[in-house]
Design a protein around this ligand. Structure first.
Ligand SMILES: Cc1ncc(COP(=O)(O)O)c(C=O)c1O
Length: 358
């Protein structure tokens, strides 16, 4: 049997271990100085005024939605995403309305959202997926009086022109799950330039405290300094990680361009796509799963792109705009290929050779 080719392998070495050791021996294991340094590091990196760490992107999104005050309000949300994006709208008492994505960029567009906005729409929750940003024009929907919470769980380090994702929307959430650009094991971060919102997020994730007073409802979404230590070291590596992923994506682009039934995700104009996932779709019906099964038999891990929420039991009865055909097509036909530090050009050639055999 050939060696296993993993879908993702985080870039971890002794440096993470050294800082974890320091935190452990400091005996301050909850959120403390190391987390605050991690927050400042992310804020500096994306050039946002405020960064608030939580235990995951899911809890970051939930905190942001509670702080925006979506209770009883409609929230337009991308249908093509990981379920957490919309589940937390319901947790926060909002009403998710599922909208379709563009088949090529795999993200929601300004046009689709504008068609879906009515006089009672106040919030939009777009997802920038797999390292590809939203189009620049997208953010102009703010002129219609809506606030944008961007789920950029996959998009730390993504740039649009020269601006990092993290300041383009009113508020942005990132994930540090091991399949993301950098990891803390589990972890998330909210970034914003809005002081009031940042204060509310900080309070919500800390039992609803303001200073030393418990002022209103909140919860405990604090991340441990042990995990933030991993994040701080990972941030020293982020640009190297992204550079390597872009180079490996170019190799796939070249190899897959010779296969007529494979279509790759289109990077948005003026983007630095970071390829958190290398996602393409199979144009021949019912072939995607056969390809995945054949790769699995060769010990090669793959994944689907992501989910069409309206196809899942949790969202079958939810309100939606239109037929959500692109999202459903992508759910059924996308494939995410291995991409990480340990992947060699030989591995990439082998993977594409197997796909080509169809
Ligand atoms: C688009 C998107 N949003 C949210 C999440 C949830 O992230 P976390 O696992 O950090 O809660 C994910 C996880 O894969 C995701 O892909």
């Amino acid at each position: 049997m050939r060696k296993r080719i993993f879908l993702m392998r985080p870039k971890i070495d002794n440096r993470e271990l050294e800082l974890i050791k320091k935190v452990l021996f400091s005996k301050i294991l909850t959120e403390g100085e190391v987390t605050h340094r991690f927050e400042q590091r992310i804020a500096r990196y994306v050039k946002a005024r405020y960064a608030i760490a939580t235990t995951s992107a899911t809890t970051s999104l939930h905190t942001a939605l509670e702080s925006l005050g979506v209770k009883g309000k409609k929230v337009l949300v991308s249908d093509f995403t990981f379920p957490a994006t919309a589940l937390v709208i319901e947790l926060a008492g909002g009403i998710p309305i599922l909208v379709d994505v563009d088949k090529e960029t795999m993200n929601v567009t300004r046009e689709t959202i504008e068609e879906s906005i009515d006089s009672s729409t106040r919030f939009v929750l777009p997802v920038s997926l797999f390292g590809n940003p939203l189009e620049k024009d997208f953010y102009k929907i703010r002129n219609q009086g809506v606030r944008i919470l961007e789920d950029a769980a996959t998009n730390l380090g993504t740039k649009l022109e020269n601006k990092y994702v993290g300041t383009l929307a009113d508020v942005t959430c990132f994930s540090f799950h091991p399949r993301k650009i950098i990891t803390t094991g589990e972890g998330g971060m909210i970034t914003t330039n809005d002081k009031k919102l940042a204060d509310r997020c900080n309070s919500y994730k800390m039992f609803g405290k303001v200073g030393t007073e418990f002022v209103k409802a909140g919860t405990n979404y604090k991340i441990s300094d042990v995990l933030s230590a991993i994040g701080l070291v990972q941030m020293e590596k982020i640009e190297g990680i992204i550079k390597k992923r872009i180079a490996q994506a170019k190799i796939y682009d070249e190899l897959l361009s010779k296969i007529d039934f494979i279509h790759i995700q289109k990077p948005v104009k003026d983007a630095r796509h970071t390829y958190q996932s290398y996602v393409c779709y199979v144009t021949r019906p019912n072939l995607r799963d056969k390809i995945r099964n054949k790769l699995a038999r060769q010990n090669i891990e793959t994944q689907i792109g992501t989910y069409a929420l309206h196809c899942l039991p949790a969202f079958r009865k939810h309100r939606r705009k239109g037929k959500l055909e692109n999202s459903e097509f992508l759910y059924k036909n996308t494939i995410s290929l291995p991409l990480h530090e340990e992947l060699t050009t030989d591995d990439q050639e082998f993977i594409c050779k197997i796909i080509k055999e169809f």
